[in-house]
Ligand binder design. Structure first.
Ligand code: GLN
Length: 202
């Protein structure tokens, strides 16, 4: 299903409605892929996407913008058709099957069978960092930045946990859906983006 740009690169769409999309674009560019900022339905047609990144930000706002910009349906269709996706923080919420403590009018794509609680780490742990041991990555632990992160409270069968903090999953995968409750784009360590991109090329 891989389409190649004229330079032969993979092309990843980055949902760019609000939130932390710019650093994702930098990280993906450093991994040698082309990126397309997705702000309107027509941007989904510019390139035959090989994957999508849904960044952190505010899932309630992102959900509203998806509707008002008429992006929910075409993105939902691509995801239902199996487009590989990496959702980080609010992006994890947007992909989770169940969302607790969300706004009544917020809706997710339900692409991965997990249950998450918005802002579930509470006030004292509003923002924190942790060194993650991730078997799939070689070398040093991965420094993870959590900002008003969702807590994964339920794991469906077939969901793999790639990293946890205090026994709470923070990085999960199911098929070609990767989600993290932290912000992997905020450090210069691009190994998780490389892992996502590497999975596309196979
Ligand atoms: N708390 C935010 C939400 O509910 C997520 C925070 C983030 O993406 N850093 O969407």
């Amino acid at each position: 299903m891989s389409s190649r740009s004229s330079e032969g690169n993979l092309t990843i769409g980055v949902l760019a409605l609000q939130g932390a999309f710019a650093r994702h674009i930098e990280a993906l560019t450093a991994c040698g892929v082309d990126t397309v900022e997705i702000r309107q339905p027509k941007h989904l047609e510019v390139a035959d996407l090989d994957g999508l990144v849904i960044p952190g930000g505010e899932s309630t706002t992102m959900s509203k913008l998806l509707d008002s910009l008429e992006l929910r349906e075409p993105i939902g269709k691509l995801l239902a058709d199996g487009l590989p996706v990496f959702g980080t923080c609010a992006g994890m919420i947007m992909l989770a099957a169940d969302v607790s403590d969300g706004r009544a009018d917020q809706a997710s794509f339900a692409t991965i069978d997990i249950g998450v609680r918005r802002n579930g780490y509470g006030r004292q742990l509003d923002s924190f960092e942790a060194d993650l041991e991730i078997d799939a990555l070689e070398g040093d632990p991965f420094r993870a930045v959590f900002i008003r992160a969702p807590v994964v409270e339920r794991l469906g069968s077939g969901v793999e946990v790639l990293a946890s903090v205090d026994d709470v999953p923070v990085l999960c995968r199911s098929g070609s859906v990767l989600v993290s409750s932290f912000h992997p784009e905020l450090t210069d360590d691009h190994r998780l983006h490389e892992m996502f991109v590497g999975g596309l090329a196979t």
